[in-house]
Design a protein around this ligand. Structure first.
Ligand code: SF4
Length: 764
């Protein structure tokens, strides 16, 4: 295969339809269907015995941490029936599958052939068993010895004119130990080019929170949900993306909390929850969760938040003592809030004043309110501003640093927060680099590196030519699929540490490596015996994770071992570090973390305590680590949404059979959409007014800065969604998200606000 033929590999999933079947959307989540789905996936991938033995260790003290989302586990007793949800079961089944992708598999299938398959099919093939190389001009991957793979990486990295021409991406599954070693190696190599998946998800939250409360993390614990009197869930679909959060919401309801949901789509998980571990959850109606649902238009969040705050101010339900003692900027804020008219709020939120007032009544009565959010807020142009309005709302009523109250950005990947704590960041703080210098006796680079969007552009322009990914599916997770594919193809070498085959392994540089690693469910034995790793969940709890299953193949290496071998091969005599010692016993890595990163005192002892330990969190404890020691009110305009005739605002979302870019199945059970992913969900009146019909096949056309992007062949599905708004699944619709459309300050791709038109599919 010559170099041009790499373009034959399809960067986007195939456009073939799989057979849409529509039912009514569910009015509840969990219950028997969730149990059946969990067991179907588990038994299908692992068999009965392996399923029970593996799932029994999941999220248990002393077991392994779920590799899916970052929702925390209870501090106290954990359920012996199973401390996991349907999506956790799917994630485990996916990793602990008995199916294998061997060198024979790669010999049978060229990368061009593989790229014609769907993401679902690629993932279904099983666990990668051997390190593989795609040589320049070759059409097939072939096996390579580990030492040769590291030698190839070292050769290409050492041949660069500057270390800044290499990119080291991290996905949020990577453990604390692997992440710490990885960033250390990368900085010893000489660059801060450490883009990560956080750049595409909660970067906006981190940016917003650091500026206003002094820490880029949430402030609540799981226990706070038991003490909350009101909970706002905004821009989040926990029923699919963080299902065990529904148990916390159910508990909160039983303790008397009221729940306000703000979202463009009504999601089953927020309507009613049937906890499958209770008799009533199996045979009864379950627990109604949402008390007030505000069906906001896409990006109407700032407007609706202003409405809530205006209502609270008009009812004089402010906590003046807190405002005076702990905040600054209140005068300017209140002046701007008062100047926002109800008309402006209603027009731009798409929510009636009377509905907003129902939510205001709940908030006025509450002395402990939690606000939770996720990607529905973080992937907008004004995402940082929106999240800062959530902070304003909390500050108005003193809802930070009080039991049952606080801010709760819900992280999507199990250790995405921990990786950032470990230094996976393209913009490291000087204090962190000083600590590395002190501990490891080298001069870390001070120049900021590339985030994800900048990394793609650097590859596209030939400024970066070696791409290394610690996990993830970079191509499918990132925006502007064809642009990103062209960027990857320009590289001299692309390399992926992975457990399963994905599309990023098929859209490659001139040469490519697949480096298979151990999964969370597997035993990790090193020179000094079996090791465990640790992770940090969404609420700042650091806990151990240790698998018990035999490795899928004798050729797998752990992620810390891969980093150590890479560092030895690349740095050679430049590094006086004993990398072998680090990986012989991960206690050595944790001891180094303890000496470098505040909050990890006595790490090795505390992480061995059942359930782990909490990292320090100033705002949770009532003090704000900002320069002034106070939290900041901020002022932001209400964005208006003027669309031309025929234009719709599209947001990309996940289906229920999906975790990030991993596709477990073709159903979106709660939304009633089965066996098809190429759908566009639209308001029935928009379908009619634009002259289309439900079931029709259309192309989605976006024009941004004069450039046209087209996503071909989507089936129109009539859905309960505000006027002029529509929703599609990613990664299928990522092709429409322009690389230059990013959030202010955080540079996060704007995947939740893409202006499109519909075009009759030419092939129909
Ligand atoms: S809620 Fe998240 S972390 Fe917990 S089991 Fe489900 S997917 Fe895993």
């Amino acid at each position: 295969m010559d170099n041009d033929s790499y373009d034959q590999c399809q960067a986007q999933p195939p456009e073939a339809f799989t057979g849409l079947d529509l039912k009514s959307p569910s009015e509840s989540a969990g219950g028997i269907p969730a149990v059946i789905s969990s067991l179907k996936h588990a038994f299908g991938e692992m068999g009965v015995v392996r399923s029970f033995s593996t799932l029994n260790q999941m999220n248990q003290k002393g077991g392994f941490d779920c590799m899916s989302c970052a929702w925390p586990d209870p501090d106290g007793e954990r359920s012996h029936l199973g401390e996991y949800c349907e999506n956790g079961a799917k994630a485990v089944a996916d990793e602990a599958t008995t199916k294998k992708v061997t060198p024979e598999f790669f010999a049978q299938h060229s990368i061009a052939e593989l790229s014609q398959q769907s993401d679902f099919w690629l993932n279904k093939q099983g666990r990668l068993t051997h390190p593989m190389v795609l040589k320049q001009g070759a059409s097939h991957y072939e096996p390579i010895a580990w030492d040769e793979a590291f030698a190839l990486l070292a050769q290409e990295l050492k041949a660069l004119d500057s270390p800044h021409e290499a990119l080291f991406y991290t996905s949020g599954r990577t453990s604390n130990e692997a992440a710490f070693l990885y960033q250390l190696f990368v900085r010893m190599f000489g660059t801060n080019n450490l883009p990560d998946c956080s750049n595409m998800c909660h970067e906006s939250s981190g940016t917003a929170l650091i500026e206003t409360i002094g820490i880029g993390k949430g402030t609540v614990t799981l226990e706070d949900f038991d003490k909350a009197q009101a909970i706002i869930v905004i821009g989040q679909n926990p029923g699919t993306n963080h299902p065990r959060m529904l148990t916390a919401l159910q508990q909160a309801k039983r303790h008397g909390a009221k729940i306000i949901t703000i979202n463009p789509l009504p999601e089953a998980g927020l309507i009613r929850f049937k906890y499958p571990q209770e008799f009533a959850g199996i045979v009864g109606k379950g627990t109604a969760l949402t008390d007030v649902f505000l069906q906001v238009r896409i990006n109407g969040d700032v407007a609706v938040l202003k409405g809530l705050m205006k209502g609270i101010v008009e009812a004089n339900a402010l906590d003046y003592e807190f405002i005076n003692a702990k905040t600054e900027g209140f005068g300017e804020f209140i002046e701007a809030l008062c100047s926002a008219s109800w008309d402006e709020i209603v027009t731009n939120s798409g929510v009636a004043k009377s509905e907003i007032q129902q939510a205001v009544q709940i908030l006025c009565k509450s002395t402990a309110t939690i606000t939770c959010w996720a990607m529905g807020l973080t992937q907008h142009k004004n995402a940082v501003a929106t999240i800062q309005e959530i902070v304003n709302l909390a500050l108005l009523q003193g809802n930070i640093g009080r039991p049952g109250a606080g801010l709760c950005p819900v992280r999507g990947h199990s250790n995405v927060q921990g990786d950032r704590t470990m230094g996976i960041w393209e913009k490291p703080k000087p204090q962190f680099l000083d600590a590395l210098k002190r501990e490891f006796h080298f001069e870390p680079p001070r120049e900021h590196g590339f985030d994800t969007v900048e990394a793609i552009k650097a590859m596209h322009e030939g400024r970066a030519t070696v791409f290394f990914a610690m996990g993830g599916n970079f191509l499918s997770a990132t925006p502007d699929t064809e642009f990103t594919a062209a960027a990857l193809r320009r590289c001299k070498l692309t390399a992926h540490v992975a457990t399963k085959l994905n599309r990023s392994h098929l859209i490659t540089g001139k040469q490519a490596l697949i480096l298979p690693c151990l999964g969370r469910t597997e035993v990790d034995v090193q020179a000094r015996g079996a090791q465990f790793v640790s992770t940090e969940n969404s609420m700042g709890v650091v806990q151990s994770s240790q698998g018990a299953n035999k490795a899928a193949s004798e050729y797998l290496l752990s992620e810390p071992m891969i980093v150590a071998k890479l560092a030895q091969a690349v740095l050679g005599n430049r590094s006086s570090m004993n990398w072998d010692e680090f990986v012989a016993d991960y206690d050595h890595i944790r001891a180094a973390i303890e000496r470098t990163i505040p909050g990890f005192e006595n790490y090795n002892a505390r992480v061995r305590q059942p359930g782990g330990f909490y990292l320090p969190n100033g705002p949770r404890e009532g003090h704000f680590p900002t320069p002034s020691g106070k939290a900041h009110f901020t002022v932001h305009p209400i964005p208006s949404h003027e669309l031309q005739n025929g234009e719709l605002v599209m947001m990309t979302i996940r289906s229920h059979d999906q975790f990030n870019t991993t596709i477990y199945g073709l159903d979106d059970r709660y939304r009633g959409i089965f066996n098809e992913r190429r759908v566009v969900m639209m308001n029935v009146r928009d379908i009619d007014e634009l002259g289309f019909s439900a079931g029709e096949v259309v192309d989605l056309v976006g024009v941004y800065n004069g450039e046209t992007r087209i996503a071909h062949k989507f089936i129109i599905v009539a859905y309960d969604i505000p006027r002029r708004c529509c929703a599609t699944y990613f990664p299928e619709a990522n092709v429409l998200v322009p690389i230059d459309s990013v959030a202010e300050k955080s540079n996060t791709p704007v995947s939740k606000y893409v202006v499109i038109r519909l075009r009759r599919d030419a092939g129909c």
